[in-house]
Write a protein that binds this ligand. Structure first.
Ligand code: 26Y
Length: 818
């Protein structure tokens, strides 16, 4: 049946084709004479999955035998996107699969389009987790990812009459061939109830008698490395009703209600919270967090105990990484297991915990920090609240010894926030309970030191570090831009850069070579044609590929300043309208592309989306403008849309007010693909500027250090006339919806312009003018583009992971032999 040889499935087109046909008939259960694209996609996915499982098993057996220190990456969000193309690339069988399918009358690229995105996350933090999993696998690190298997991922964005509407993402409705359900891997998850004291062998212990129990069931998602047999695991948990528990109602006759109530357990993992701004103390969210944390830590401790008889070696064998504070209850959960269940003495348990855990923060603002109302926590997890109070008591005692009785400082640093509502500060808990706290770019760490975590940084300077984020070149170049990759490999004379990204710098010496430049432009043009087709299909707007494709795609946020982009577009439109005919010949044609989702409750962000549509409606239908300017909003922005848009863009915009973007990772993906950046000096862009030089991108706006003073002076700052004019056009209803946009205009008016759009406007226009001027000089533009790719190696997640491995996790590669 299967092409078994030496225990491995074979990867030649013929064997792949045979396996695909097998899955058509026996897995998809369709006739081998009649199956469509979707069924062919399913059969191919199962064919690849078999190969993933083989490697996954070998890797896990090898890890178990070698027993290296393992990294456990805990994140409530993973934005994996599609798996088919990525898996075939990483397994090195993409061409063979394409051949196999071709002979059956199918186009591989067509099948790739059948797959929906796995969108189990909001934005940057979640996509970073996915990139880091790819790097962990590729670099052979013995790592596991843990997450939640939400039944509904991030909402689908539907635009009706220019307004965003949210629809549920039914991503599992057609099945998910990439996961392996492990019904036998499940853990009990307890909630509510009370804590009692028990006497056991003359020793008092705390026992938590829960009020509700549900079950966490594992779903495994193999993550293949590139150019290695190593295939690591992303284990996602789903909630199921518990097998045990009180079914008294059965006896009292209310059978139907008893079953229905138990079924409610599943709601815990049913939906991803779509807000990436501020934490609201919602019971369901807290339940999700604890559900995730206890299932993962029970699994990790079980695995540890399988091969160790005591906890002496725990922190030498286990590194636990918290992706932001969302899973920080894990600190308390491990503490509880160690003291209540494993009978380990408090101080020893605490040092095991602190030595094992590390934490990365992805936020800059204090408002972004999670706080959980103590009442809520105490009712859901009574024993955990006790442990938190105890940890905080001991921490406060230690602080008093070190700092004296400085009560204002003590209360700032306390894990418990006193006030009308008592809150548990999850960031403070994470800092106290972890041996390392990482920022996500250099400037991010500086800001943490100066502002949000100032006191903690002074207390434990060595704890605070930074690891600049990165993106994986496998997905963001090899999968999404195969033509560019072919070209790069040809000029470098090797494909080795796909694993060893530093080799990319080799492109630098050819940056002025006219042959490379010519081929480089051809690749871009083909990518732009693909994007133009997509734009026409979704919006009906025809765009010219000779125009500059200017892109801003990311979550919609005031601090990311999509509004600045729109004001710039309105200004450009206004200039074109007021131009003589002769002047128009000098205008560089632009296609402005904006995409992104607004959190459902974020009114201002939703108005920005509406404004974009209103402006687009006016501009795109104005015969005075024609091809000189087009504006399109790409709906339902997600990972696979990004894979299409990034390779086809000339210029990308990263406009955050300096000091607000912790890092930013979109910019890195554009950089790799040779798109020029127009950006503020913020987050990781500061490091990109250092790497490729100011003259290879368009930098504008106030610097991080200047922003606080500018804010102070805001009301006395003079607003440029051009800025006042565009705001007036919006306010006066030039684009319709006069009253609706009033509140949006207010956000940038003198007193209120918190994100300093007015201040940065002229500098923004200058940077845009410089981009226009350069675009006319295609030779210069292409050289800058090649230098962008060549200089992008520092922004690979391979580098990020290597740094974490050495400096934070202390783990070594463990390469499964072929
Ligand atoms: C607690 C809940 C409301 C919440 C959920 C998601 C809070 C925050 C988030 C997500 C945050 C996020 O995506 N942050 C981004 O992380 C990226 C990766 O480090 C950074 O590049 C980016 O600057 C930062 O905004």
């Amino acid at each position: 049946m299967f092409g078994l040889m030496d225990g491995f499935l074979k990867n030649d087109p013929w064997s792949l084709q045979k396996d695909v046909m097998h899955h058509v008939e026996y897995t998809v259960a369709r006739s081998r004479f009649s199956f469509d694209d979707f069924e062919a996609y399913l059969a191919l996915s199962h064919t690849i999955r078999d190969r993933l499982i083989e490697r996954w098993h070998d890797t896990q057996v090898y890890f178990k035998r070698k027993d290296p220190k393992r990294l456990y990456f805990l994140s409530l969000e993973f934005l994996m996107g599609r798996s088919l193309s990525n898996s075939t690339v990483n397994l090195g069988i993409k061409d063979q699969c394409a051949d196999a399918l071709n002979q059956l009358g199918f186009e591989f690229e067509q099948l790739v389009e059948q797959e929906g995105d796995a969108a189990l996350g909001n934005g940057g933090l979640a996509r970073l987790s996915a990139c880091q999993m790819d790097s962990l696998a590729t670099l052979d690190f013995p790592a596991w990812g843990y997450g939640l298997r939400y039944q509904f991922g991030l909402f689908r964005q539907v635009i009706l009459d220019g307004f965003q509407h949210e629809q549920p993402d039914y991503w599992l409705n057609f099945g998910n061939p990439w996961e392996i359900e492990r019904i036998h891997v499940s853990y009990a998850v307890k909630f509510y109830g009370a804590v009692e004291e028990e006497l056991l062998n003359g020793v008092k212990r705390k026992v938590w008698i829960p009020g509700e129990t549900v079950e966490a069931v594992a779903y495994d998602n193999p993550i293949p490395g590139y150019g290695t047999r190593n295939t690591i695991n992303l284990r996602l948990w789903a909630a199921k009703p518990s097998g045990e528990g009180d079914m008294e109602s059965y006896n009292t006759g209310d059978y139907i209600n008893a079953v229905v109530n138990r079924q409610r357990a599943e709601t815990i993992s049913s939906v991803l919270y779509p807000d990436d701004r501020s934490y609201q103390g919602k019971e369901l969210r807290l339940k999700q967090q604890y559900f995730f944390v206890t299932a993962s830590t029970q699994d990790i401790i079980r695995r540890y105990k399988d091969s160790h008889s005591n906890f002496d070696d725990f922190s030498n064998k286990v590194a636990l990484q918290l992706n932001d504070t969302h899973p920080s209850l894990a600190i308390i959960e491990v503490m509880r297991i160690l003291i209540d269940e494993e009978n380990i003495e408090w101080n020893r348990a605490w040092s095991i915990v602190c030595d094992s855990f590390s934490f990365t923060t992805h936020t800059v603002s204090p408002e972004g920090l999670e706080k959980i109302p103590a009442d809520l926590l105490g009712s859901l997890l009574p024993r955990h609240l006790e442990i938190i109070y105890e940890i905080n008591f001991l921490f406060m005692e230690e602080l008093k010894k070190k700092l004296g009785l400085n009560y204002s400082q003590l209360s700032q640093m306390s894990i418990v926030e006193e006030g009308a509502v008592k809150n548990i500060r999850m960031a403070n808990l994470s800092i106290v309970g972890c041996h390392a706290v990482n920022g996500v770019s250099r400037v991010h760490l500086e800001l943490l030191k100066k502002r949000v975590f100032k006191d903690f940084c002074e207390l434990w300077p060595q704890k605070f570090q930074y690891k600049t984020n990165g993106a994986t070149q496998r997905r963001w170049m090899v999968v999404s831009n195969p033509n560019l990759c072919g070209l790069i490999s040809k000029w470098l004379g090797t494909e080795a850069w796909i694993r060893d990204v530093d080799l990319l710098i080799g492109l630098k010496e050819f940056a002025s070579n006219t042959d490379l430049q010519h081929e480089w432009r051809m690749v871009k043009r083909v990518n732009k044609m693909r994007l133009a087709e997509y734009i026409e299909a979704i919006s009906g707007v025809k765009v010219s590929v000779d125009a500059m494709f200017d892109v801003q795609i990311k979550r919609i946020h005031e601090y990311k300043r999509q509004l600045l982009n729109l004001f710039g577009i309105i200004h450009r439109y206004d200039c074109i309208k007021n131009m003589e005919k002769s002047g128009k010949t000098k205008v560089v044609p632009r296609v402005c592309i904006i995409g992104g989702k607004a959190a459902p409750g974020y009114e201002i962000a939703k108005k920005i989306i509406k404004l974009c549509h209103a402006v687009a409606e006016t501009i795109n239908n104005d015969p005075d403008v024609g091809d000189l300017l087009k504006l399109v909003f790409i709906p339902d922005y997600n990972v696979s849309v990004a894979e299409l848009v990034i390779p086809g863009s000339d210029l990308s915009q990263h406009l955050s007010t300096a000091g607000h973007e912790a890092s930013g990772t979109g910019s890195m993906k554009f950089l790799m693909n040779g798109c020029l950046l127009l950006a503020t000096s913020d987050g990781s862009t500061i490091e990109i500027i250092e790497e490729i030089g100011n003259d290879n991108m368009f930098v504008f706006g106030a610097k991080v250090d200047e922003v606080p003073a500018l804010r102070e002076m805001k009301s006395s700052l003079k607003v440029p006339l051009q800025f006042a004019r565009v705001v007036r056009m919006v306010r006066d209803g030039y684009f319709g919806h006069k009253d609706y946009f009033e509140s949006l205009c207010k956000t940038v008016e003198n007193g209120g312009d918190f994100y300093l759009l007015g201040n940065d406007f002229m500098s923004y226009l200058e940077a845009q003018a410089a981009a226009d001027k350069t675009f006319v000089d295609q030779e210069k533009w292409t050289r800058m583009s090649i230098l962008s790719s060549a200089g992008s190696s520092r922004f690979s997640s391979d580098r990020t992971i290597q740094e974490y491995a050495e400096k934070t996790w202390n783990i070594e590669p463990c390469k499964c032999p072929f």
